[in-house]
Write a new protein. Sequence first.
Length: 67
Amino acid sequence: MEDGRPLVLIVDDEKGLRDMLSYGLARMGYRIVAAADGSQALEAARLHKPALAVCDLMMPGIDGSRR
């Protein structure tokens, strides 16, 4: 259920960094959805329609870089 707080998608293959960003942004009042790779991120974006995505640029498989 949406409560009016913006939703942020955190995408990082490093669990520790993903958890740290999620914790910090949640404490600032954002709702969080997290993904461990590009494929999960695409699915989460389709399902949840986040207001913002914070993405790691270099990940295995689909990543945030343009090559």
